[in-house]
Every structure is written in structure tokens, then in C-alpha cells.
Design a protein around this ligand. Structure first.
Ligand code: VGL
Ligand code: ZN
Length: 198
């Protein structure tokens, strides 16, 4: 079975949000327009506690965008974003999320970030996405969402590792582009790992 995997389409990653991705909101009508083509739609949701290790505000002297080592893992310092139960963590208002859809939350542990929808960045804790896909007999996923160069990329790489056929839907993705060129580099990396970028 083929599923649509929509990554982190949340207020904080859209214009006006604390970690806004340029034109991030444009993925919403796109995802809405294709979702009827899938028997299963899964949304990932970045879902951090207020004391999360990825927030610059939780590290004395840290600047947003700086790279630090946190608990042995390289960690980009982000602005506070997608804090559990806040407006910024909610899906975009216009995103068509239905009761039968699945929602997989990630980044819930204080000590470690989770870009991938499958596993956190220290590769120790699974979110349950792999089990869900297995249980639903999913062998193919189309991936869209935010952001191309972080959570979309790492989710795609882990989906390939899990043995799935993966298509990345460019029209439904937008990038942070902390450095110019990050977006194209992410597409190259996903394609090299075996994803079909369409
Ligand atoms: C993301 C940075 C921090 C993403 C999440 O969804 O791409 N990026 N947390
Ligand atoms: Zn995050």
C-alpha cells in the first residue's frame, strides 16, 4: 500500500511562525489537493517540551543558527518552536487533517532532537512510525512538507533505510536554507540514497 507522509506542516514553520520557512504555507493547498489519492495519510508533528535541547534559549550564550554539541550529538541551535500544546505546534489551520489520519509526534524528549519522523537524532528512540507503516502494509510513501533540508530529508533517508519506496514531492516541500544551496543539496542527497524526486 502507498501512503502520503506530510512532514511538520505546523504554524511555527509557516510565515509568522518562530522558525518560519519561506513560503512554507504554500505546501498546504498542495497537500490538500493530493490527499484523496491515498488510502492512508500520515502527518508528523514536531512536538517539543519547553526545555528542549534544540532551543538556543536553553543554552547560555547560544545564538540561533550556531552549531553545538549536546549530549554527544551535533545540534543546530533553533529558536523556540513547536512547543507542546502551543499554537505554533498546531498544524496549519487550512491543512486538511481528518479523523482517520494518523499523527506521529517527534522531538518529545528534552535531551535529543528528532528531525526524522522515524528515529531521534541519537538513533535511540523510535517514534512508532515504522511500526505503523508495517502494520498498515505500507511499502511505498510519497513525502511532502517542511522543511526539505531537515525533517523531510531525514524522514526520507530513514524511510529508504526501512526498505520503503520513496517519492519526494518537490511541489509540496519548502526549505529553511540556513545556507544558500541547502535545498538543492538535500534533494541531491535524497536522490542519491534512492528516493525518486518528482
Ligand atoms: C525542523 C528544525 C527544527 C523541521 C524541526 O521540521 O524541518 N527543523 N525542528
Ligand atoms: Zn524541532
Amino acid at each position: 500500500m502507498k501512503a502520503l507522509l506530510a512532514v511538520d506542516v505546523q504554524n511555527d514553520f509557516c510565515p509568522g511562525g518562530s522558525l518560519a520557512v519561506a513560503r512554507g504555507d504554500q505546501v498546504v493547498p498542495y497537500i490538500n489537493s493530493i490527499r484523496d489519492g491515498y488510502a492512508l495519510v500520515i502527518f508528523t508533528q514536531d512536538w517539543h517540551p519547553p526545555d528542549h535541547a534544540s532551543f538556543a534559549s536553553n543554552h547560555p550564550g547560544a545564538r540561533v543558527g550556531e552549531l553545538r554539541e549536546v549530549n554527544g550529538v551535533r545540534q543546530i541551535m533553533w529558536p523556540d518552536h513547536c512547543v507542546q500544546h502551543t499554537r505554533g505546534a498546531e498544524f496549519h489551520d487550512a491543512l486538511d487533517v481528518r479523523p482517520q489520519d494518523k499523527v506521529v509526534r517527534k522531538g518529545e524528549l528534552t535531551a535529543v532532537d528528532s528531525y526524522s519522523g522515524f528515529l531521534d537524532n541519537d538513533r535511540q528512540h523510535e517514534t512508532g512510525l515504522r511500526g505503523l507503516l508495517q502494520q498498515q502494509d505500507v511499502d511505498e510513501v510519497d513525502v511532502a512538507g517542511l522543511a526539505t533540508d531537515y525533517c523531510v530529508k531525514f524522514t526520507v533517508l530513514d524511510a529508504l533505510q526501512a526498505g520503503l519506496r520513496v517519492r519526494v514531492l518537490r511541489a509540496g516541500c519548502r526549505a529553511v536554507n540556513l545556507n544558500p544551496g541547502d535545498e538543492e543539496a538535500a534533494y541531491r542527497e535524497m536522490a542519491q540514497a534512492g528516493a525518486q524526486v518528482v
